[in-house]
Design a protein around this ligand. Structure first.
Ligand code: SF4
Length: 510
C-alpha cells in the first residue's frame, strides 16, 4: 500500500491487519466510527453491501474505497488481470512506427472534431438521414429514455438485445426498460455476467474484470444451474446458447457507437465477440445511442483510431470485429435492420465543451488504459466510484457531467502521479484536469472553512521567514497531527525536522 494514494488510506491502522477477515472487521469498525460520527443513524449493514446509499456521495466513496482497498483477494484478481493487459500492450504498440506521433495525431483529430462539433454532427445527420436513418437529439437521459420508450411502444417491443455500451449505463437504460416491462438482455459476455450478478460494469472495457473464472463458474451455477466446474470455454458456450434465441426473438437491438463518422454519415462499432453485429442485424429495428463527443471528421480517420483503440484497450493490433453501419437495410441488400435510429446524447457534454480547460476530456475514446494504469483504481476498484465512468477519466468527467459540488471528491482520488496522462491513447492531460476540477470546486466555494483557514495560515507563514522559523518540532507535529486531524485521519503522522530550513541552510553554507 503506497503513500501515493494517501487520500483514502488509513495507513497506521492497516499496518496491524494481516488477513482479509481481520481486515474487514477492523476496517468496518473504523469506517463505522467515521461514518456514525457524521450520519449517526445509518446501519452498518447497508454500508457493506454494494448497494449502499449513504446520502452523501463522498462519504459513501470513502467508505467503499476503504473497504475495497483492504480486500486482498480483490487486489489479487485485479493485479492478475491488469498484469495480463500490461504484458500484451507493448506487443500491440509494435505495429506503430512512432506510437507517440500516432497519439499526437489522434489528439489533433479529436481537437479538430470537438472544436467544430456542431458542424460535424450536422454533417453526420445529413449523410445518415439521406440513407434512411433517423437521428434523435437528446439533451439529457430522460429525453433519450422517453424516445427509446416511444420507439418500443410503436414496435410493440417486448424484448431487446443489447450490446455493450457505457452510454446506456449512463442513462440507466436496463433499469428503465425493466420498469416498463421490456426485457433487455446484455449480449457482451462480460456485461452478461454483470447483468446476471445484478452489478454495474466494473471497468469501461472489461466489465467483469474483478471476477475470476471461479467466480463466474459459481455465478453461472447459482443463476443458470450449470456445473460449478465448467471451464471458461464451456461457460462461454453456455452464454452463447442462452443468448442465441434472444437474438431471434428480440424486436429491437440496441448498441453504442465507438465513433460517429461525420463525412460518411455512419457509426463504427468495435468488439471482440460479434454480439454487437448480431444485435443490430437480427432485430428489425436498430437503435444506436452515443455521446455527441464520439464524432470523428472522416472515415479515413479510422485508419488511426481503430489500431489505437485496440492497442490501448486490449493490446490487440486490431479488435476482432469492426463494423461500420451507415443506416438501415437498403433495397437489394440481404440483411440489416429495416429501421435504424441514432440517438445523439448530450447529458452534460456541452457543459464540458463550454469549459475551455476541461474540453480536452471530450477527446476520450474510452480505451480504459488510464484505469489500468491508475494506482488508486487498482486499489479501490471500479465500483467504489459509484459513477458510470470510473478511474482517472471518470474522476475528470463525472464532476463536470453531473455536479461539481457533489462529485468533486473524485478529483481528489488521485496521487497526481501522472501515469494516466502518460498512458492515454489520445494524450489527454488527465492529472492536470483533475487539478483543474479541484481549482474550480474551490472557486465555486466548495471548500470547508477549516480548509480555507488552513490555506490562509499556510500562505501567511510561507511568505514570512520569521513565521516559518517559529515553533519547534514538537509544536509543529502537534499542530498538524492533533489539531488538523483531517490530515491524520487517513495518513500516517507527519514528523517535522527538528531544525528549521533556515538552520539547515546556514549549516550547509558553513
Ligand atoms: S482518458 Fe485516455 S486513457 Fe483514459 S479511457 Fe480515455 S482515451 Fe483511454
Amino acid at each position: 500500500m503506497g503513500n501515493s494514494c494517501c487520500c483514502i488510506f488509513i495507513k497506521p491502522k492497516l499496518d496491524r491487519i494481516s488477513t482479509v477477515q481481520e481486515c474487514d472487521a477492523t476496517m468496518l469498525s473504523i469506517v463505522r466510527q467515521a461514518y456514525y460520527q457524521k450520519a449517526g443513524h445509518k446501519k452498518l449493514q447497508t454500508l457493506v453491501t454494494d448497494n449502499i446509499d449513504m446520502g452523501d456521495t463522498s462519504e459513501s466513496f470513502i467508505a467503499k474505497s476503504t473497504l475495497k482497498a483492504n480486500d486482498l483477494e480483490h487486489r489479487r484478481k485485479i493485479n492478475f488481470n491488469i498484469g495480463k493487459y500490461n504484458a500484451v500492450v507493448p506487443i500491440g504498440k509494435q505495429q506503430f512506427n512512432n506510437v507517440g506521433l500516432a497519439r499526437e495525431r489522434a489528439k489533433n483529430l479529436k481537437w479538430k472534431a470537438i472544436e467544430a462539433l456542431d458542424e460535424y454532427l450536422q454533417e453526420f445527420e445529413a449523410a445518415f438521414t439521406k440513407r434512411g436513418g433517423k437521428v434523435i437529439w437528446a439533451e439529457d437521459a430522460k429525453q433519450a429514455l422517453d424516445e427509446i420508450l416511444a420507439i418500443c411502444k410503436e414496435k410493440n417491443c417486448k424484448s431487446i438485445v443489447k450490446s455493450k455500451s457505457m452510454v446506456t449505463e449512463e442513462i440507466k437504460l436496463n433499469h428503465f426498460l425493466e420498469e416498463n416491462k421490456i426485457e433487455s438482455v446484455e449480449t457482451d459476455l462480460g456485461e452478461y455476467i454483470q447483468q446476471l450478478d445484478n452489478e454495474p460494469p466494473y471497468h469501461i472495457v472489461t466489465p467483469a474484470m474483478h471476477k475470476s473464472k471461479e467466480d463466474v463458474a459459481k455465478l453461472f451455477h447459482e443463476k443458470l444451474n450449470t456445473d460449478i466446474n465448467l471451464t471458461p470455454q464451456e461457460l462461454t458456450l453456455v452464454a452463447r446458447e442462452k443468448l442465441r434465441e434472444k437474438y431471434t426473438k428480440a424486436e429491437i437491438g440496441i448498441t453504442g457507437a465507438n465513433f460517429i463518422i461525420a463525412d460518411t454519415g455512419a457509426i463504427a462499432v468495435t468488439e471482440n465477440e460479434g454480439n454487437a453485429r448480431l444485435s443490430c442485424a437480427f432485430p428489425k429495428t436498430h437503435i444506436a445511442i452515443t455521446g455527441i463527443e464520439k464524432v470523428i471528421p472522416s472515415l479515413t480517420d479510422l485508419n488511426l483510431f481503430w489500431p489505437l483503440l485496440s492497442t490501448y484497450g486490449t493490446g490487440q493490433q486490431l479488435t476482432v470485429y469492426n463494423t461500420i453501419i451507415a443506416g438501415p437495410k437498403q433495397s437489394g441488400e440481404a440483411d440489416g435492420p429495416e429501421e435504424m435510429y441514432v440517438i445523439l446524447l448530450d447529458n452534460g457534454r456541452t457543459n464540458i465543451l463550454a469549459n475551455e480547460k476541461s474540453r480536452e476530456s471530450l477527446y476520450c475514446i474510452r480505451c480504459g488504459a488510464c484505469l489500468n494504469a491508475c494506482p488508486v483504481y487498482k486499489n479501490i476498484g471500479g465500483h467504489s466510484y459509484e459513477a458510470t465512468y470510473s478511474g482517472p477519466i471518470g474522476a475528470v468527467i463525472t464532476p463536470q457531467l453531473q455536479n461539481l459540488g457533489e462529485w468533486k471528491h473524485l478529483s481528489y482520488a488521485s496521487s497526481l502521479c501522472g501515469n494516466c496522462t502518460e498512458v492515454c491513447a489520445v494524450k489527454i492531460n488527465l492529472h492536470e484536469l483533475l487539478l483543474e476540477n479541484r481549482h474550480e470546486a474551490v472557486e465555486e466555494g466548495d471548500a470547508t472553512w477549516q480548509e480555507k483557514i488552513a490555506w490562509k495560515v499556510w500562505k501567511q507563514s510561507s511568505l514570512s521567514r520569521k513565521m516559518m522559523n517559529l515553533g519547534n518540532r514538537k509544536i509543529k507535529n502537534w499542530m498538524v497531527n492533533k489539531v488538523f486531524k483531517g490530515w491524520t485521519a487517513h495518513r500516517a503522522d507527519l514528523d517535522f525536522s527538528s531544525k528549521t530550513f533556515n538552520e539547515l541552510w546556514k549549516e550547509k553554507k558553513k
